[in-house]
Design a protein around this ligand. Structure first.
Ligand SMILES: [Zn+2]
Ligand SMILES: [Zn+2]
Length: 262
């Protein structure tokens, strides 16, 4: 199996002791590429993903201000992001969005910083990676107001079929993580079942949300195999097929590659 982990936080301090080994385990499990999310602890440091991408040829990066950290953004932050955006391995702007569950930043600030980064992504001709929690309607209205000119990823999709249809109608790819293996997540599995093959992505969100049988432990990119197996069961196909289509989708959306079979 050749896989892409389209969302992982390899910079997290939970990998401080064994980052290289975790990356090696991922490679051994068939993870050929990883997208290192660059939000880190927030501004002024915007290079958490880029540092990893500079170090490993098969790691790519995003840049962006997570909604948790929106209150840390300054005018400089946007200028800095606009400069970093041209780094050759920065594939997307994210994760950006709204988080009304924790409300770590005031909602009006989250909304403003989200909108500013959508504009940045449009200027940069790059897709976006969306984080949304208990803020579905506001997230969709901000996106509707700005459009989705270069596509986007609903990361760690946790909605059901209705939310899936809404996001797909806007042009999003849906990225499924370890939650599809959780017993109670039938609505997420239903969403995974109806997602068209050309809009499906898979991720770990490591170190968070490890799939069964490692649920509750630190997640790492190698564990993506469990999520791929479960997605294959849900969609009545093989893990190899899921690996193939999600890798092609990632390459098309983020690396702008057209595969020979399309
Ligand atoms: Zn997230
Ligand atoms: Zn994340």
């Amino acid at each position: 199996m050749k896989l892409v982990d389209s969302h992982c936080h390899l910079d997290d301090e939970q990998f401080a002791a064994d980052r290289d080994a975790a990356i090696e385990r991922a490679r051994a499990a068939g993870v050929e590429r990883m997208l290192a999310i660059g939000t880190g602890d927030g501004p002024p440091d915007l290079k958490a993903g880029i540092r990893l991408a500079d170090q490993y040829p098969f790691i790519y990066a995003t840049i962006g201000v997570h909604p948790h950290n929106a209150a840390k953004a300054t005018e400089n932050t946007l200028n800095d992001l606009a400069e970093l955006e041209s780094h050759p391995k920065v594939l997307a702007i994210g994760e950006i969005g709204l988080d009304y569950h924790y409300d770590f930043s005031p909602r009006d600030v989250q909304l403003r910083v989200f909108a500013e980064q959508l504009q940045l992504a449009a200027r940069a001709s790059k897709p976006i990676v969306i984080h949304t929690r208990e803020a579905w309607d506001d997230t969709l209205s901000v996106i509707r107001a700005h459009g989705l000119p270069y596509g986007g990823i609903m990361h760690c999709f946790t909605g059901g079929p209705i939310q899936a249809e809404q996001a797909l109608a806007l042009g999003f790819h849906l990225s499924f993580g370890g939650i599809v293996t959780f017993p109670k997540a039938q609505d997420v599995r239903d969403a995974a079942a109806l997602t068209p093959a050309d809009r499906l992505l898979v991720e770990t969100d490591a170190p968070y949300l490890a799939p069964v049988p490692n649920r509750g432990k630190r997640n790492e990119p190698a564990f993506i195999v469990e999520t791929v197996r479960r997605l294959a069961e849900i969609r009545g196909t093989t893990p190899e097929d899921i690996a193939g289509i999600t890798t092609r989708n990632f390459d098309r959306l983020c690396l702008r590659l057209q595969s020979a079979t399309e």
